[in-house]
Design a protein around this ligand. Structure first.
Ligand SMILES: Cc1cc2nc3c(=O)[nH]c(=O)nc-3n(C[C@H](O)[C@H](O)[C@H](O)COP(=O)(O)OP(=O)(O)OC[C@H]3O[C@@H](n4cnc5c(N)ncnc54)[C@H](O)[C@@H]3O)c2cc1C
Length: 411
């Protein structure tokens, strides 16, 4: 099936990143085709974000906001004093579609490849379809699409298994959310050492909670079966087994994408390496940056044509400063991977003891390399000795290139 309608842009993927960019491109006056294997549908994952990092459009699409946000690295909670929000995915979808308006054409299909055709492209669907377009944006997510993000040393995964369920006894503080609970007295120390996991939990009102056993980062990632077993062991030890389960959630995605080399196709979202290498967050950043990237693309398309637009898109996405920052953040990933599992609570105790502005910046998407490097050194200075040694090895010993990146960032 051949489409004769050539669009300005074809976006591969109907996740939040692809749709956010498609909507902003359409708002810039470009004709946009979005190809996804499914019709518009609320995004399937549970999306949380720091309230202060969300753009105005997303603030109208929240289902919960918690001001009681805690971390447990020991028996006593650390209050984070930073509101955290849960997105209402149906409303977010509706808001993005409304923003896109009629300039967006949603086509159900699976993209298999893209071929240069003169100044533009012909995109091929798995069902034999062809779609002519001036510009292609791959927003096919972690696993799909046309561009393969690079993960130095192999993909290190964040994995989690969760339940939305009703509980007789609250499994987490009523009215609050637990960002990380590393307490695990119910597990043998060797288990914790081999594979540290934490509880991420939200009170959703009444007797309803989301509880998720999470491995922040591991190579290879933990299996669904192991995390499921861990979650049940934790809930059983707390005496808070669920009464009635509404839904399960399985999370698995790579955290350690390198800044991508600009290619002939543009990318966005996780396909463009936007996932934060230490927190795993991406949603707020993808929503915030879509207008700027779309404007850069639209202006260059008008002035210089498709290739100039692709280059402008990559430049807007990955400035030299952001590339330098990613190199430093990947040192943080190496450090986390090198840390013996039982030291992670002490590491995060030191992390959240930093001045709030510093740990906020460390987890924020646009922080520069120098600030990241200085925060890492401050954390190193304040961490207990058993945490310091593996951190030092990861940063300077095992990976000489990392040492160079750190020194460059510190000037
Ligand atoms: C379960 C889960 C929970 C998460 N929770 C959070 C969170 O709370 N906060 C946060 O910031 N981040 C979170 N993340 C990380 C990240 O933000 C999400 O993975 C987010 O969904 C990535 O958005 P995306 O649009 O880049 O990709 P995706 O959401 O993966 O969307 C990709 C889209 O591309 C389509 N596609 C793929 N291949 C093709 C193809 N060949 N042709 C056409 N279409 C294709 C898919 O069908 C889909 O529509 C979570 C990840 C997971 C897996």
């Amino acid at each position: 099936m051949h489409s004769d309608t050539r669009t300005d842009v074809l976006v591969v993927g109907g996740g939040p990143a692809g749709l956010a960019l498609a909507a902003e491109l359409a708002a810039c006056g470009l004709s946009v085709r979005l190809v996804a294997p499914h019709p518009p549908r609320p995004f399937p994952a549970t999306y949380g974000a720091w309230l202060g990092e969300l753009p105005p459009l997303a603030l109208t699409c929240l289902t919960e906001v918690w001001s009681d946000v805690r971390v447990y690295t020991g028996e006593q909670p650390t209050p984070l004093l930073r509101p955290y929000a849960l997105l209402d995915n149906a409303r977010l979808l509706g808001a993005l579609l409304a923003r896109a308006g009629r300039a967006l054409r949603w086509t159900v299909g699976t993209v298999r490849g893209a071929q240069r055709e003169g100044e533009g492209w012909t995109v091929h669907g798995a069902g034999g379809q062809t779609w002519p377009t001036r510009l292609v944006v791959d927003a096919g997510g972690h696993g799909g699409g046309l561009i393969r993000p690079q993960h130095p040393g192999g993909a290190a995964l964040q994995t989690a298994y969760g339940l939305v369920a009703h509980f007789e006894q609250p499994p987490a503080p009523p009215g609050g959310m637990v960002w990380m609970d590393y307490r695990a007295p119910h597990l043998p120390p060797a288990e914790v050492q081999a594979a540290p996991t934490f509880l991420y939990a939200m009170h959703l009102g009444g007797t309803r909670y989301l509880v998720e056993e999470t491995s922040l980062i591991a190579r290879p990632g933990l299996t669904r079966a192991r995390l499921r077993e861990r979650l049940h062991a934790r809930l059983a030890a707390q005496g808070t087994l669920p009464r009635e389960t509404e839904a399960e959630e399985w999370v698995a995605f790579p955290m350690n994408a390198a800044a991508p080399a600009p290619g002939p196709l543009l990318a966005y979202g996780s396909a463009a390496g936007l996932v934060h290498p230490v927190s795993g967050f991406q949603l707020a950043d993808a929503l915030c940056r879509a207008p700027g990237v779309a404007q850069a693309v639209a202006a260059a398309l008008a002035a210089g044509g498709p290739q100039a637009a692709t280059q402008a898109g990559w430049a807007a996405l990955w400035s030299p400063e952001r590339r330098a920052a990613r190199e430093v953040a990947l040192i943080g990933v190496d450090a986390l991977l090198a840390l013996p599992g039982e030291q992670l609570p002490a590491f995060f105790a030191a992390f959240f003891a930093l001045p709030a502005a510093q740990w906020h910046a460390f987890l924020a998407p646009g922080t520069d390399a120098g600030t990241l490097a200085r925060t890492m050194l401050r954390l190193f200075a304040h961490a207990p000795n058993p945490v310091r040694l593996p951190l030092a090895q990861a940063a300077l010993g095992q990976v000489p290139a990392s040492g160079r990146a750190l020194r460059a960032a510190l000037g």
